[in-house]
Design a protein around this ligand. Structure first.
Ligand code: ZN
Length: 113
C-alpha cells in the first residue's frame, strides 16, 4: 500500500528565506533579474512562448556578492541574455513536478563576471 503522505522535495522556494514572489509575466515581456542583496543586474529574460504549459520559478546566483535574486515566476518558455557586468555560467533545473498537466520547474542560474 502506498502511503498518502507525500514527502515534498525541498524546493528552492523553501530554501530561500527572502523569497518574494512576483507576478507571472506575459509573452514579449522582458525581465531583468537583480540580486536581492547588492541589486546588480544578473540575467535578462524574454518570454517567448507564454502558452506552453510550463511554469518556471527562476533564481539567479550573484557573481558579485554570492547572494541570490528573488524568485521570478515565468509562465512558458523564455530566452536568456546577459547583463552588463554579469554573464550566464550555468542554468540548472533543480526541481521538477507535473500537476494538472502543467510542468513546474525550479531553475537556478549561476552567473559569472
Ligand atoms: Zn549580489
Amino acid at each position: 500500500m502506498q502511503s498518502d503522505k507525500r514527502v515534498e522535495p525541498i524546493s528552492l522556494v523553501d530554501e530561500l528565506r527572502k523569497v518574494k514572489e512576483k507576478e507571472y509575466v506575459d509573452e514579449g515581456d522582458d525581465v531583468t533579474i537583480r540580486c536581492s542583496a547588492c541589486d546588480m543586474p544578473l540575467v535578462q529574460l524574454v518570454v517567448t512562448r507564454s502558452h506552453v504549459d510550463v511554469s518556471q520559478k527562476i533564481v539567479a546566483e550573484c557573481c558579485h556578492c554570492g547572494d541570490k535574486s528573488f524568485v521570478e515566476t515565468i509562465n512558458g518558455m523564455f530566452a536568456l541574455g546577459a547583463c552588463e557586468g554579469s554573464s550566464i555560467s550555468t542554468m540548472d533545473i533543480i526541481d521538477q513536478d507535473t500537476r494538472d498537466g502543467i510542468i513546474f520547474m525550479d531553475v537556478l542560474i549561476k552567473t559569472k563576471k
